[in-house]
Design a protein around this ligand. Structure first.
Ligand code: GLY
Length: 574
């Protein structure tokens, strides 16, 4: 099976070659999505509506739901549920996420379905008796999981949808039950993680088999199908109570985890006020704490606003150095000031105020690298196992969801008998002040562990409006690089007038205060890198940063969409 990609305006994709034994097996959404013959579609301008997600089957399911009369909220729910089946590395039932949306009547909606720490969690639960952080426990296995929020989040989103939930979940059930052909990328990942899956599971799982996985193999997930059916038949209670809750708690007992029945039953998704601000006359709408994303992009965009970015030019030394310095300053604020607003007073207004940001930039020197304070530094993790979906429908409803298990396949633990991976989101807390998490991010009291608290996130599902009308839907996975990738994508479109495809695929760079280094994506100008090093920056190469899904609404109303070329990401629309 070769997944090929559509380049702008040219149909270069090839259907996945056939798997004769399964040729006829089609998802039950009007029999329009074939999970054995799919293709990645990378850049298309649609007339009315589109979905951009991490997997071709998921985007196709979202499209079919819109064609059946669903809106962008219906499509979002169906796409996310499908990703839980066809993209188990990050699509999930056992994780959490955020929705940023704008209804066509102008109502802004931000729904927080971030995981929470168990009622049994304690501030020092990952420290050994000598006070050393045991990151193996916060990053893998049963103890690394927070209480999953995704299912509660999808039901909270359903308030804005049109079709019955049972119709939105059925494609995911069919895919889990009847199987789908896995891509080369998925085969590679499943093979490389086999030993970890064996180590962190107490029961056999659908993701491990004796022979190596190969492209085109069928992945059947009957236990996940049964879980999805319980959700279809009993609503959120089909997950947080009854049989599924029992399976989760039994799994916890077998693996020394701490999630319990009350944690599950008491989980609630929350609507929160969005972060809104203007940048060069555009209105930006993004996610508030417990994500750091909205505040970080507000700080970074507002710090560069008085500089003539378009005359500096894309990927010039001047623009790159300025953006690195605002990234450094914003991420220093993240470590100190940001956490779950239900537990910590986040100074949102101050962080976004012109006076504060002008003060932050007082020591900015356009010819030299600043120095981050020297606290224990970590290594930026190369995994970006979160996933983003961008959708706009015919009416102009815009939905952006970023959702995550944290690491690739989360804790690596599948709930025995229930068929889904649990997150390892506890590592997004600061397990000990100054000790970097898997993304190299440090924190302190603001993001310390407490029972029921949500861990600080970087997920940044974002909308941009122009003259009060939809202009852009954007987001990406990438751990702490999420906020800098969204920041740079917005600058690419607004300041450099880039197409959606260029804004998504041009190389990115990232600075997060600590460690004091600039991470540079493959393809970035070597001359600019040399110039930065001469100014005192430490630069570190990295393969890929993020997997952005971006939809830009053109002046004639058409939807110019791009799915990231860094993965199997794909578009569907009309
Ligand atoms: N787990 C990645 C994030 O929420 O930022």
């Amino acid at each position: 099976m070769k997944l090929k990609f559509i380049l702008p305006g040219i149909l270069l994709c090839a259907a996945v070659s056939s798997f004769a034994q399964n040729a006829g097996s089609i998802v039950g959404v009007g029999k329009q999505v074939d999970p054995y013959h799919y293709q990645s579609v990378k850049s298309v301008t649609y007339n009315k509506a589109c979905v951009a997600s991490a997997h071709p089957i998921a985007s196709e399911v979202g499209l079919v739901i819109m064609r059946k009369g669903g809106n962008a909220f219906d499509a979002m729910i169906a796409t996310q549920l499908t990703l839980a089946v066809v993209y188990p590395d990050a699509g999930n039932l056992g994780g959490g996420g955020f929705l940023t949306a704008r209804r066509s009547d102008g109502k802004l909606i931000t729904i927080d379905f971030r995981e929470t720490a168990s009622s049994q969690a304690t501030r020092d639960m990952y420290l050994d008796k000598n006070g050393n952080a045991q990151l193996n426990l916060s990053q893998d296995g049963h103890l690394s999981s927070g209480v999953p929020g995704t299912v509660a989040g999808l039901f909270a989103i359903h308030k804005y949808a049109k079709l019955p939930f049972s119709e939105l979940i059925q494609p995911a059930i069919d895919l889990a039950e009847n199987g789908y052909a896995i891509s080369a990328r998925a085969a590679r990942e499943l093979n490389s993680l086999k030993n970890e899956f064996l180590k962190y599971n107490t029961k056999p799982t659908a993701f491990v088999k004796s022979d190596p996985w190969k492209e085109g193999d069928t992945l059947y997930q009957p236990e996940l199908a049964a879980t999805l059916k319980r959700i279809r038949d009993h609503g959120a209670k089909g997950f947080y109570e009854g049989e599924t809750a029992k399976l989760i708690v039994e799994e916890m007992k077998r693996g020394n985890g701490i999630l319990n029945y009350d944690d599950l039953k008491n989980y609630v998704a929350k609507e929160r006020p969005p972060i809104t601000f203007s940048y060069r006359g555009y209105e930006i709408v993004s996610f508030p704490p417990p994500s750091s994303g909205g505040l970080l992009i507000a700080e970074m965009l507002k710090m560069i606003e008085k500089y003539p970015m378009s005359s500096y030019g894309f990927e010039s030394v001047k623009s790159t150095q300025l953006m690195i310095e605002v990234e450094r300053r914003a991420y220093a604020d993240r470590a100190q000031h940001m956490g779950d607003p239900d537990f910590w007073k986040v100074p949102e207004k101050t962080l976004m105020s012109d006076a504060y940001l002008a003060e932050r930039m007082k020591d900015y020197d356009p010819s030299h690298a600043s120095k981050s304070e020297n606290i224990t530094a970590g290594v930026v993790h190369e995994s970006d196992q979160t996933t983003h979906i961008s959708i706009i429908d015919e009416e102009g409803n815009m939905t952006a969801v970023t959702t995550t298990l944290n690491n690739s396949y989360g804790s690596k633990t599948v709930v025995g008998g229930a068929g889904f991976f649990l997150n390892d989101e506890m590592d997004d807390f600061s397990v000990k002040p100054g000790v970097p998490n898997m993304f190299g991010a440090v924190g302190g009291d603001a993001n310390a562990i407490a029972p029921g608290k949500r861990m600080l996130s970087s997920m940044t599902p974002t909308l941009v409006l122009k003259n009060g009308k939809p202009f852009m839907v954007v987001g990406t996975p990438g751990g702490t690089t999420i906020c800098t990738s969204v920041f740079q994508s917005i600058v690419d479109v607004i300041d450099y007038n880039m197409s959606a495809a260029d804004a998504v695929n041009k190389p990115k760079f990232h600075h997060q205060w600590l460690p004091d280094e600039v991470v540079i994506e493959k393809g970035f100008s070597p001359d600019v890198k040399d110039a930065l090093e001469k100014m005192g920056y430490t630069c570190k190469n990295r393969g890929a940063i993020g997997r952005t899904e971006l939809i830009k609404i053109l002046p004639d109303g058409k939807r110019e969409a791009a799915a990231d070329s860094r993965g199997d990401d794909s578009l569907a629309g009309y």
